[in-house]
Write a protein that binds this ligand. Structure first.
Ligand SMILES: [Zn+2]
Length: 199
């Protein structure tokens, strides 16, 4: 449609999640007209994220360095782990200020339709952490949709024999939605009102 570099940019932008062909075109032309300093900052941010950011070796949240900010924080409780699907869910829960324990980021949810099973997620890594014995409570905060519920049920069954207190966020979250779209108050309440799962 366009020549060379512009079309390449539109194609690359169009591969990003949630960016359709129209948005890709709009962003490309915005960048084309932008100040070179603005574009430079965007390029630098992309390069930095590639070079410096990786996944925390303990919880798989995004981290600059070996461990993330939360795993490095000595003031946080070691006896409770909150399981989430993605690093963005950590951010959503942190905003509520309801949780002072540690996290475990699965890297997705079980989805037979998309061919994602437990082995594709960081379930083994979670079990290793739980076997270490310091953890007494597990809060499952997967998304309130089909995949999230399936994942929560699977995890509850799996960790059942360990004898931990296992809970799931209370209802009130928009069903079928994504944790990150819940407002802080709703998510905070869901956290406070979490229900024990008896496996
Ligand atoms: Zn971490």
């Amino acid at each position: 449609m366009y020549e060379g570099a512009v079309q390449d940019l539109i194609d690359e932008l169009g591969r990003l999640p949630g960016v359709g062909p129209k948005s890709a075109q709009r962003i490309a032309f915005h960048l084309l007209a932008a100040e070179s300093a603005d574009v430079g900052r965007l390029v630098a941010a992309l390069q930095r994220v590639q070079a410096e950011v990786r996944f925390c070796s303990t919880c798989y949240n995004v981290a600059e360095g070996e461990q993330c900010r939360i795993c490095r924080d000595p003031r946080r409780a070691d006896d409770v782990i909150c399981v989430v699907e993605e690093p963005k869910d950590v951010v959503a829960i942190e905003r509520t200020r309801e949780f002072r324990g540690r996290y475990h980021v699965l890297g997705g949810a079980i989805s037979p339709i998309e061919g994602v099973g437990p082995d594709d997620l960081r379930v083994k890594e979670l079990m290793t952490r739980l076997m270490n014995g310091a953890v007494t409570e597990l809060i499952i905060a997967t998304d309130p949709n089909l995949e999230g519920e399936a994942t929560a049920a699977y995890l509850a069954r799996l960790v059942g024999p360990l004898g931990l207190a296992v809970s799931r966020l209370a209802s009130g979250l928009p069903v079928g939605g994504d944790l990150e779209y819940a407002d802080e108050v709703t998510l905070g309440r869901a956290f406070e009102g979490r229900r024990r799962i008896d496996a």
